[in-house]
Structures are given as C-alpha cells and as structure tokens.
Design a protein around this ligand. Structure first.
Ligand code: GLU
Length: 507
C-alpha cells in the first residue's frame, strides 16, 4: 500500500474513451477527482483511452473538452496542452506499453498465447457446459520451446501475431483499502491468466490503465463502482511490475428515479442534454457534487469554491445516489436568480437565437430591450430553455393564442372593455408609453366602470399575449411597446372576441 502522498503531490486523472457523448456518470467521477486535486493543490490529468479504434473519434474528444470546459473542470495536463508525462492518448503510447510487456515477458510473468479465437471459444463453451466459471486453461504457459517455435512460425505464416497474457500466480490474496468502501479482497485463484496485449499489438484496458497510472505518477483513483471487478487484475499488473498501486476508491452509481442506471430510458444520461435544456453549469456542478458526497454542513447550495474547500474523501458514500431532476431544477432556479440581468440575458441569448426569435447581432438598443424582457421572466423560469416559450410573444409578430384562455377569458362582454382600453391606449403617445402611465390609466377606467380588475385586465392580457398568465400586465404592455400592443388589441377584437350572444354555450 502506498503512503498518502504529501498534498501537493496529489495527481489524479480522468481517462474517458472518446467514443460518444459524455455520460453524467463519467463527469461525476471526474468532478470528485477534480475537487480532490484542487483542494490539495494537486494535478488533474486528462487523458484519452482511445484504443477502440473503430469507435474512438476526434470529434468525441472535442465534445469531452467542451463539456468539461462548460462545467469548469479544467485540466493541468492533457492531449491538447501536453505535460511532462505525455503523450496523453493511448494510441500514441503503444511503444510505452510494449516496453512493459517486454519487461514482463523477460521476467517470466507474461507469456505469448497462440490460441485462436475458435480454440478459446471451445474452452469457454466446455467450461459453461460443465457449469464452471471460465478461466483460461493456461495451455500456452506450458508449451515446450519447440512447440512455441512451431506455433510462432505458424501464426507468422498466417500473418497473425500472438497475444500476451499475464501469468496470475495461484493462492495469493489481492486486497486494497478502497477509499470509499473499505477493505476489499479477492483470491487470485478466481482469475485466469488474462490477455494484456492483443495479437494486434493493442493493450487491453486493465493493462494500459495501469501503465498510464504508473508512468503519469497517479496517486489516487476515484472511479465508478463498475470498475471494482477490474481492480484485482490491475493489482496483479502492479504486483508483477513491483510498483505500489495508487489509492483507489469506487463511487456508487448514479441511478434514475426508477433505481436503474441512469440512461436514456429514465432520463437524460449525457451532460450535453442538460446543457441543451438550459441547465447552468454551476447548478449541475453543485448538484453532481452532492450525489455520493455530503458536506459536513449539509448545505444544498454550494459554490465551486466552497465545494473545493469542503471536499473530503471521508464523506464520499458507497451507496448509489438517485438523480432527482426536481432537485436539479430547483438548484438551477437558485442559480438563475443569482445571475445579474445582463449575465442571465447573455446565457439565454443562444436559446432565443436557436428558436429564431433574436437575430445574430442585436443592436445595442435592442439588446437593452431584450434584457428588460428577459428580466421579467428571470424570477420564474426553471431552465434557460424555458425562456423561449415564456417570452416568445414579445419577439414574434403574430401571437399564438392559447385556445383555452381565449374561450375562458374573451367573452362577448369583454368586447366593450377591450374597445375602451384600445381607445384609451391609442391616446397615449409613444414617449409616455410606460408601465406606470398605463397602469394609472387602466386602473382609473376600472374604477369608473365599477368592475373588477380581472374583468378588464385578463382580456387585455390574452389579447396582447395570447395567454392567461404573464408577468405583471403593465410591464408586459410597456415592453411590448405601443405599436404591438395596439395592433394586437385590434386584431383580437376583430378576430377572437365573440359577438354578443353568438358564441353561447361554448364554455
Ligand atoms: N476509460 C475508463 C472509464 O472511463 C477509465 C476507468 C478508470 O478510471 O480506470 O471508465
């Protein structure tokens, strides 16, 4: 067991495979490694496990960079910025792995395996038929020199190369003090000699990851519990190389509310989905940090800086955690309210542009107006994407009417109120078109008529927005502007308000 390194020596890593969008579970473990590094002034390394050549693509590397930058997880060494222990892509490190393979072969801890896939499949099937767990028979371990040479020549003639297996010594206990789960032990007898380098020269994950961790001087590993079963094999590689293993901890899975692993079926599994839905990175960061870890003060809202300060390995929990979307939405709301109006508007802008509501380069005066519009919804929206639906009637020329609101609010008796309101508002010149002025005018009218506010204000609201619920009415009218307000009142009067008695029985 390696001693806990001095704080400044902490070196941790994230080692994703660039084969698809970034899963929330991967970023979750990365986040704890990052917090640990930042807390102790250590180093956070990003490297790619790209040995699956069919599925690994540069575009997915870019997505990883992008999602990490978005979440504020910066790295100190990585494929794009280099570092003292590079390269940071496994496919660029094949010679390094080969050196260690050669060392193990020379030591007699690894051996060439000439078995064909068919032979191995037959072995496996025989074990299954006998109801035994399959382990490699060790056939190629016991070859004589002559048999070895003959098989090597045969493979060469077929244009194939042998795989290399690690020889697993019998009767030893493989144990580690898991940083999250305490002591875990396995007997080596349960593990057959396993391939460390395939015939095509590509190392397997359990070997390459160890060589990377050794050569990059990784001190601590926090990863998902799915890797618990890999750890004994990795310990065998450390043992064979005579190098102490880093300290390893396995975090619990993140589950959907159905207690199944988070996937498309029970929610959104990718970081990009949450981004596209308008969750703020600070909210997702905060939320993920509280899955599987609790700060001593049990506060829900924690800034990045607070999380760094409070983070401790001791408070990581092994239990799976539930991805509670309602809580994330609540946290998102908290962070949305904390933004300045300008910052909120800046973050909403791409959503409005994508929806075709705002042009690419709004003028300064239009930008000021956009900020005012967004500000009235800032207290309400759950996500940035919600802003589109919430404010589109400000941006569009023609509104869509909510038919339910129309039926409920626009009655024959609303006609008179809307006509009067239109007449009153037509008299307000543009320079006086302000919330307070409009409010005074319409309140005075309501009083004169001796009716309730709602009888007059609701029809106006539906007439100008198409909906029954909006932010405060006079702010809405002021921001809509004189022309749009009057045009919508006229349009609603002529198209949507039923004539006296003609629509009876509609309700
Ligand atoms: N590529 C592996 C993963 O993302 C790395 C596992 C590890 O951290 O050892 O799950």
């Amino acid at each position: 067991m390696v001693d806990t390194p001095g704080p400044s020596k902490v070196r941790v890593r994230m080692a994703p495979s660039p084969t698809g969008p970034v899963h929330v579970g991967n970023i979750h473990t990365a986040l704890f490694n990052w917090l640990f590094a930042r807390k102790f002034g250590g180093t956070f390394v990003l490297r790619f496990e790209d040995t699956d050549r069919e599925r690994s693509e540069r575009k997915w590397e870019d997505v990883i960079y992008e999602e990490m930058r978005w979440l504020g997880l910066d790295w100190d060494e990585g494929p794009d910025i280099g570092g003292p222990y590079g390269p940071y892509r496994q496919t660029e490190r094949l010679d390094i792995y080969q050196r260690y393979v050669d060392q193990l072969l020379a030591q007699g801890d690894a051996y060439y395996c000439y078995c064909s896939p068919e032979e191995l499949a037959a072995e496996r099937q025989a074990a299954e038929r006998a109801g035994q767990t399959y382990r490699y028979s060790g056939r190629c371990l016991h070859l004589s020199e002559a048999e070895r040479a003959a098989l090597a020549a045969q493979l060469e003639a077929e244009g194939r190369s042998p795989a290399v297996r690690l020889h697993v010594p019998a009767g030893i206990t493989l144990a580690w003090d898991d940083l999250v789960r305490g002591r875990i032990e396995t007997e080596s007898n349960t593990i057959g000699d396993f391939v460390i380098r395939r015939g095509n020269g590509i190392p397997v994950y359990n070997f390459a990851v160890v060589i990377d961790d050794i050569t990059m001087k990784i001190t601590h590993i926090l990863r998902g519990e799915g890797h618990i079963s890999n750890t004994p094999m990795q310990l065998l590689v450390y043992r064979a190389l005579g190098v102490p293993a880093p300290q390893i901890g396995h975090l619990g899975h993140i589950l959907g509310t159905d207690r199944q692993k988070l996937s498309k079926r029970n929610g959104d599994a990718y970081v990009g989905d949450y981004r596209a839905k308008g969750f703020l990175p600070e909210a997702l960061f905060n939320f993920l940090a509280l899955l599987g870890w609790t700060p001593e003060d049990e506060q829900e809202v924690q800034s990045r800086e607070q999380l760094i300060e409070k983070f401790s390995l001791e408070r990581l929990t092994r239990a799976p955690s539930i991805f509670d979307l309602t809580k994330l939405e609540w946290l998102n709301g908290v962070y949305i309210r904390e933004l300045s109006v300008e910052e909120f508007a800046r973050r909403c802008l791409p959503f409005l542009q994508k929806a075709g509501l705002v042009e690419d380069h709004p003028s300064a005066s239009r930008w000021t107006w956009i900020q005012q519009v967004l500000a009235i919804e800032q207290p309400r929206v759950k996500t940035l994407a919600d802003i589109v639906q919430a404010t589109e009637y400000f941006f569009k020329d023609e509104i869509e009417y909510d038919e339910k609101a129309v039926r409920k609010v626009l009655k024959p008796e609303s006609r008179l109120f809307l006509q009067d309101a239109l007449q009153l508002l037509e008299k307000v010149p543009s320079e006086k078109w302000q919330s307070g002025v409009l409010e005074g005018l319409l309140h005075e009218y309501v009083e004169r008529q001796g009716v309730k506010n709602i009888q007059v204000f609701q029809p106006i609201r539906v007439a100008v927005s198409g909906r029954a619920a909006t932010p405060p009415l006079f702010d809405t009218l002021a921001l809509l502007g004189r022309e749009k307000t009057l045009a919508r009142l006229r349009h609603t009067l002529s198209e949507r308000v039923p004539k006296e008695n003609s629509e009876e029985g509609l309700d």
